[in-house]
Design a protein around this ligand. Structure first.
Ligand code: PLP
Length: 466
């Protein structure tokens, strides 16, 4: 018999295996549902549901709410802009906040050359735009063959077809493989489970050299760009490359005349304790995708940024980027993003991320030392991944049937802590992981509270397994 609350969708759309029913709001209209709590409001690092329950937002939602919830300065800036004008079409007007935001992002990059911004609404669109800019760059130079984009396994670049094609995330790809373009071909940088069974630094960065192998196989004359997340997020749980990796990637790209796209959707705007993830290695990309932290979730906005070098043939050629959306660069979103970035700068939040990120990392490493199921703790700033294993000595992953990530996420939520599931699943990441990525405003006392609930959760799950 049909359950009255069940949406009228083909059964395959319901992730029954995991026991979750989709909310109708995800499909058509809002409706109370039996599983997800209904949020009523947020305050700083906390969220509250309609039963009065309080949650520590230990992952900033999807690593997004970087300055916390209901910040009065941002609300005031949104109100002020709404009183002026919320929407103009980008082919009819630019606006002061859009221009100011582009200038701000350029100045934050502090690069030798200027970067141009193209505003969109989501990280996936930012990646799509970055792909198009890369291909258009070569076309406008008269090179129509350079139109492939290389990417790595164990990666996530977005859910739209172009961005998903580049994503080495088996679980998110599998239903759509038949309509995806090509596939990732470069090995991941994953020292905990080195794909080459080597150890850093003796490995001499075989994973970076694998880009060169992939280029030689495909032919540099056919490749427009290589894309990578500075620190891998959703597909693996803050998988962090060793020093020297990105310097080598940059050098290989330059030598083969291939553009380097940094997908900084998760790492950008302070999350890792530097303004951009690649800043840790002193490397600049030719094109960047930004999202999430650009507005810290206060409004949908994201951006593709392209360097002067990339833009030059386009500006001297068609003088237009062949992309765009109705809501691109609208004044409401750009004013909101500007207020968020100004708040981050004024409150010196990136410094806070650096200092409190170290504190969080140490606490989580201490937790791992006494745990039978934590295999690895990694990351930078307030983007820390915890990988779970069934045997810490052999690094044996849990079998997928155990659903360890889901157990941790669900039980933490029940205890009032939100953590972000991160795993490519299947032969992707092999492992199970979560990301701990609280808002930048978190204090040491609040970190202690977060870690206490996480410890309780991990111990409860561990006890369940024996
Ligand atoms: N790129 C990275 C690195 C991401 O982490 C994500 C989302 O998690 C995306 C792209 C896609 O962004 P969105 O979900 O805003 O489309």
């Amino acid at each position: 018999m049909e359950h009255t609350n069940r949406p009228h969708v083909p059964p395959t759309l319901l992730p029954r295996k995991e026991g979750i029913r989709l909310k109708r709001s995800l499909l058509i209209k809002p409706m109370m549902n039996e599983y997800y709590p209904t949020v009523t409001h947020g305050d700083g690092i906390y969220l509250f549901d309609n039963t009065g329950k309080k949650y520590i937002d230990g992952c900033s939602g999807a690593v997004t709410a970087s300055i916390g919830h209901t910040n009065p300065e941002i609300i005031a800036a949104m109100y002020e802009q709404a009183n002026k004008v919320s929407f103009v079409y980008r082919s009819q007007f630019t606006s002061e906040p859009a221009e100011e935001l582009a200038n701000k992002l350029n100045s934050l990059l502090n690069a030798k050359e200027d970067y141009w911004s193209f505003f969109v609404n989501s990280g996936s669109e930012a990646v799509e735009t970055a792909m198009k800019i890369a291909i258009q760059h070569w076309q406008e130079k008269g090179n129509y063959r350079k139109n492939k984009i290389l990417s790595r396994w164990i990666s996530y670049h977005g859910i739209t077809i172009g961005a998903l094609s580049l994503s080495g995330h088996v679980k998110r790809r599998e239903r759509f493989v038949h309509i995806l373009e090509d596939y990732p071909v470069v090995s991941p940088v994953y020292c905990y489970r080195c794909p080459f069974n080597q150890k850093y630094p003796d490995c001499q960065l075989s994973c970076a050299n694998d880009l060169e192998t992939a280029i030689e196989r495909a032919g540099a004359d056919q490749i427009a760009a290589f894309i990578a997340e500075p620190i891998v997020g959703a597909a693996g749980g803050a998988i962090t490359p060793p020093d020297g990796y990105y310097q080598k990637i940059r050098e290989i790209c330059d030598r083969h005349h291939i553009l380097f796209i940094a997908d900084e959707v998760m790492t950008g705007l302070g999350r890792t304790g530097k303004m951009f993830g690649l800043d840790h290695w002193g490397v600049r990309a030719d094109i960047m995708a930004l999202g999430k932290g650009v507005s810290a979730g206060y409004t949908p906005i994201a951006a593709a940024l392209a360097s002067e070098k990339v833009m030059e043939p386009i500006l001297n050629g068609s003088n237009s980027i062949m992309s765009g959306h109705t809501l691109s660069a609208n004044p409401q979103s750009t004013a909101t993003a500007l207020a968020v970035i100004n708040f981050i700068e004024k409150s010196k939040l990136v410094e806070n991320v650096q200092e409190n990120g170290e504190y969080l990392l140490q606490k989580l490493q201490a937790l791992a030392a006494n745990s039978q199921i934590i295999g690895d703790v990694r990351g930078k700033g307030l983007m820390i991944g915890i990988e779970f294993v069934s045997d810490v000595k052999t690094k044996q992953p849990f079998s997928s049937g155990v659903q360890i990530t889901k157990k941790i996420v669900d039980q933490a939520r029940d205890k009032g802590l939100l953590v972000y599931p991160a795993s490519a699943g299947k032969e992707g990441a092999q492992g199970d992981a979560v990301i701990i990525s609280p808002p930048f405003i978190i204090t040491k006392q609040e970190i202690d509270d977060l870690v206490a609930v996480l410890k309780e959760t991990i111990e409860a799950v561990q006890n369940e397994l024996v």
